[in-house]
Design a binder for this molecule. Structure first.
Ligand code: NAD
Length: 250
C-alpha cells in the first residue's frame, strides 16, 4: 500500500464549515490527515462537515471561533493542541467580502474585511508558531486571491487584505525558513462557492467569459494545490504565491 501524503499529520483549517475550506478538509482527510477546523458557529453546517470527516476515519473536530479575535485564537489553538497533540499544518482560509466603491465604503466595511481576512492570519500563525518551532517543522498556507495580486475596482478593502496576506506570507517564509517551517499563499481566481454565488448572474457570466479556461474553478481544484503545498511534495517550496485561476488575468 502506498503511504498517503498526510498520514497521521494534524491540520488546522479556519472557516472550513463550507466552501474552499471544507474542500481542503475533505481532501486532506482523504490523505490521512486529522482535521481541527474552525468557523464562526458550531451550527448544522459545521456539524455536517465534522460528521463527514469523522466518517472518513480520521480524527476531526469543529471549533467555534472568530478568527479575527486575537486572544480567542490563542485559547482555541491551545485547546486544539491539547486535543490533537501537535499541529503540523495551518490553513488560513477564513475570509469575507464587503464590496463597494471607495466613495461609498464605510470605516466599518474597511475594518471588518481587514480584520477578518488579514489580522486572522497573524492571529493563527502567531498562535501555532511556538509548537512548530519546537517540532522544527510546519507548513502554513494562506488563502489570498488574484485580486490581491492585481487589484479590483469595488474591492479595495478585500484586495488590500489579500495583498497584505502575500507580504505576511513571504516575510514568515524568511523568518521561519531556517526552522523547517514553510509559508506559502494560494491566489484563487473565480471559484464557485457561496461567496461568489452572491454575484448577480449577469456579472458572473461576464466574469466567466473573461477567463481563458471559460469557467469558474471548483473548491476541489484549490484543495489540490493546498495539498501540494501542505505536503512533502512541496518540501523546498516556500515564500510563493500560486495562482489557481484558469489563466485569468485580472
Ligand atoms: P465562503 O463564504 O463559502 O466560506 C468562508 C467561511 O469562512 C464561511 O464558512 C464563514 O462562516 C467563515 N468565516 C467568515 N468569517 C469568519 C471568522 N471571522 N472566523 C472564522 N470563520 C469565518 O467562502 P469561500 O469562497 O470558501 O472562501 C474561502 C477563502 O478563499 C476566503 O479567504 C476567500 O477570500 C478566498 N477566496 C475565494 C474566492 C472565490 O472565488 N470563492 C476567490 C479568491 C479567494
Amino acid at each position: 500500500m502506498t503511504m498517503r501524503l498526510l498520514e497521521g499529520k494534524t491540520a488546522i483549517i479556519t472557516g472550513a464549515s463550507r466552501g474552499i475550506g471544507k474542500a481542503i478538509a475533505i481532501k486532506f482527510a482523504e490523505e490521512g490527515c486529522n482535521i481541527a477546523f474552525t468557523d464562526l458557529f458550531y451550527d448544522d453546517i459545521a456539524k455536517a462537515t465534522e460528521a463527514e470527516l469523522l466518517a472518513m476515519g480520521v480524527k476531526a473536530k469543529a471549533y467555534s471561533s472568530d478568527a479575527s479575535k486575537f486572544e480567542e485564537t490563542q485559547v482555541i489553538v491551545n485547546q486544539i493542541t491539547a486535543d490533537f497533540g501537535s499541529v503540523d499544518i495551518l490553513i488560513n482560509n477564513a475570509g469575507i467580502t464587503k464590496d463597494t466603491l471607495l466613495m461609498r465604503m464605510t470605516e466599518e466595511q474597511w475594518d471588518a474585511v481587514i480584520t477578518v481576512n488579514l489580522k486572522s492570519v497573524f492571529n493563527f500563525t502567531k498562535a501555532v508558531q511556538a509548537g512548530m518551532l519546537k517540532q522544527r517543522s510546519g507548513s502554513i498556507v494562506n488563502m489570498s486571491s488574484v485580486v490581491g495580486v492585481s487589484g479590483n475596482g469595488g474591492q479595495s478593502n478585500y484586495s488590500a487584505s489579500k495583498a497584505g496576506i502575500i507580504g505576511f506570507t513571504k516575510s514568515i517564509a524568511k523568518e521561519l525558513g531556517s526552522r523547517g517551517i514553510r509559508s506559502n499563499a494560494i491566489a484563487p481566481g473565480f471559484i464557485i462557492t457561496e461567496m461568489t454565488a452572491k454575484i448577480p448572474e449577469e456579472a458572473r457570466k461576464q466574469w466567466e467569459a473573461n477567463i481563458p479556461m471559460k469557467r469558474g474553478g471548483l473548491p476541489e481544484e484549490v484543495a489540490k494545490v493546498a495539498l501540494f503545498l501542505a505536503s512533502d511534495l512541496a518540501s523546498y517550496v516556500s515564500g510563493q504565491v500560486i495562482n489557481v485561476c484558469g489563466a485569468m488575468n485580472t
